[in-house]
Design a protein. Sequence first.
Length: 46
Amino acid sequence: KDFQIDETRRYNMLNGLDDIALTIEHLDKIKDFEAQQKASQPWLYS
């Protein structure tokens, strides 16, 4: 039997990517965001 699968899910499955791996791919952007937030809202990190 044939079945349809979303291209993004197919790519992730074929490349062994889960939610954590996808998040790690954006680690630089996450660190930039955290640095900006820490500078503008330091009370969140006290």
